[in-house]
Design a protein around this ligand. Sequence first.
Ligand code: CP3
Length: 337
Amino acid sequence: MTMNDRFLKACRGEKTDKIPVWFMRQAGRLLPSYRELRKKHGLLELTQTPEIAAEVSMEPVEKLGVDAAILFADIMLLPMALGIDLDIVDNVGPVVKNPIDSMAAIESLKSFDVKNIAYLQETIRILRTKLQVPLIGFSGAPFTIASYLIEGKATRTWTATKRFMLEKPEAWAKLMTVLSDATIQYLGGQIDAGAQAVQLFDSWVGCLSPSDYRKYVLPYVQKIFAGVKDKGVPRIHFATDTAGMLEDFSNVDAEVIGLDWRIDIAKGKKIVGAKSVQGNLDPTALLAEDSILFGKVDEIVDQLPSRDGFIFNLGHGILPETDHEKVKRMVDYIHSK
Ligand code: CP3
């Protein structure tokens, strides 16, 4: 049973007893117990083994005292369900065997079948019998997933992705359509199994100009948020490096907008409108000593005109070298404010 629902209340803009806090990438690399597990099992194997994946999702709740759990999964599980052959390589990330380079490659993708994520639904069911905090499901957004499918691996320039988008607009539109339709079913399948909120990670979309974002990406993001609205759970839209796109995000029908640290959170909240906000500490601040770190927490919390509708998080994923005991001290500090 969800005993602590302050995260869900904040998503809906309601008053909470304490500021809710969770961290992107909290499940996993940060905790010694996970690093031990990884010596024996590959990442994909862990995500596809419900009993173990549920353990990994629960660990940060127990050890850090966060107010929400996130499903232990990866954004690349969705394209895998569409028949994309890929591996996740240590210290590299996702590697796609045959990167997408044509309309024909897109047309040969399998259609999404919720049966292909039965293992994720099982993990969610196990988690819901054990967790006392809400469970967040998630998906990568179409642009971010497409960038891995086209580049074949992580990139910091997104050149192939942008060329594909500009030079093959019809194939791009097809790929975005296939991915956004699948995402609606993928998130729907997670919610049906028990996920109590969902977050869309558009981690790399900030590489686009705002006008390209509006033309090539925003309509598909809007379609996803509209497509899961009926399920009735809070929807979080997260992206990084998007200070120039925040006005466009106000046209996304989401309950919560996640912000990175490149904008003052109060200013970001004002631009996106009346929605709840989540963020936005620079993950590097967790490497500093407590007095400096807590000062940065104060800076974020104290600039907000109201604490209603605020969820404390980092501006992006927690860094692997972060000391989990320091994270715990920060969670306690946030809860004491
Ligand atoms: O970090 C983000 O921008 C969030 C979105 C995202 C996820 N996976 C979500 C995730 C992205 C961009 C990925 C791709 C991916 N998958 C990468 C990044 C590569 C790059 O381009 O920089 C990597 C390294 C992986 C593989 C992966 N996924 C590992 C090794 C792990 C285990 C734990 C960890 O963080 O090291 C994951 C799990 C994962 N990926 C989660 C999420 C939301 C699990 C739950 C959690 O947030 O704790």
